[in-house]
Design a protein around this ligand. Structure first.
Ligand code: NAP
Length: 248
């Protein structure tokens, strides 16, 4: 028996990177997948085909997670198409790294809106069908940087720390309705984005991690799989660090 058989999951920002890894892992375990992207039309279509080939129902939606109305419309559309919503993964995120001295208001707002306001938007929309069925798992993508802070990432770090506070509050609000809310805090995850970085710098990061390697999208997806499934049915309000011991 596949552990997400018959469940419907909505994953934001799944056209590439970690979100894509989560979509594939959930589909392998039998979940039907609705996912979003911002602009990567072709990658989204390719993922839709790849997911469908696994024998589940899959559909990609172009939807800006930072936009409240689009988020409400998205959840309505997903429930109409898939019949229900069991798992929400708030994964969409961006960076606009620079020191506070140089940070513009726009760089601050873009990161806060895409990374943090999006979590409010989608969770508010998703709570409706979840409350109705008295069941649901919400998984929010934070970061070790939201726990520790990072020079040059005050906007990103604030958004990821905000996600942890939001996650705990929603766990307290919705626990009595059997809706769980947890966060994942990935460390250094090697994606297409990190392939362009200087190999020497990346090797230095790997060496400083207790498990002596960067994480993979599968490492993060497996933690999400656990939180999405009934294996974690007594776990809510928590942050799971997927960082190879980086913060230990
Ligand atoms: P990524 O490769 O840059 O992918 C970001 C995804 O989010 C893409 O699918 C992108 O869609 C989508 N997206 C961006 N803005 C959006 C918006 N406004 N509405 C909807 N979708 C949007 O990022 P990643 O490395 O996989 O990271 C995924 C999450 O994990 C992020 O929240 C990130 O902060 C977090 N995280 C990553 C790491 C790491 O080391 N990679 C570490 C800790 C935490 P398009 O393709 O259409 O642009």
């Amino acid at each position: 028996m596949k552990i997400l058989q018959g469940k419907v999951a909505l994953i934001t920002g799944a056209s590439r990177g970690i979100g894509r890894g989560i979509a594939l892992r959930f589909a392998q375990e039998g979940a039907n997948i609705a996912f979003t992207y911002a602009s990567s039309e072709e990658k989204a279509k390719a993922l839709e085909n790849e997911l469908s080939a696994l024998g589940i129902k899959a559909k990609g939606y172009k939807s800006d997670a930072a936009n409240f109305d689009q988020a409400m419309q998205l959840v309505d559309d997903v429930v109409k198409e898939f019949g229900t919503l069991d798992v929400l993964v708030n994964n969409a995120g961006i960076t606009r790294d620079t020191l506070l001295m140089r940070m513009t208001e726009q760089q601050w707002d873009e990161v806060i809106n895409t990374n943090l306001k999006s979590v409010f938007n989608l969770t508010k929309a998703a709570q409706k069908p979840m409350l109705k069925q008295r069941n649901g798992s919400i998984i929010n993508m934070s970061s070790v940087v939201g726990v520790k802070g990072n020079a040059g990432q005050s906007n990103y770090s604030a958004s990821k720390a905000g996600i942890i506070g939001f996650t705990k509050s929603i766990a307290l609000e919705l626990g009595s309705r059997n809706i769980r809310s947890n966060a994942i805090a990935p460390g250094f995850i090697e994606t297409e984005m990190t392939e362009v970085l200087d190999e020497k710098v990346v090797q230095g990061w790997r060496d400083s991690i207790p498990l002596k390697r960067g994480g993979t999208t599968e490492d993060v997806a497996n933690a999400c799989l656990f939180l999405a499934s009934d294996l974690s049915s007594y776990i809510t309000g928590q942050t799971i660090h997927v960082c190879g011991g980086m913060l230990t």
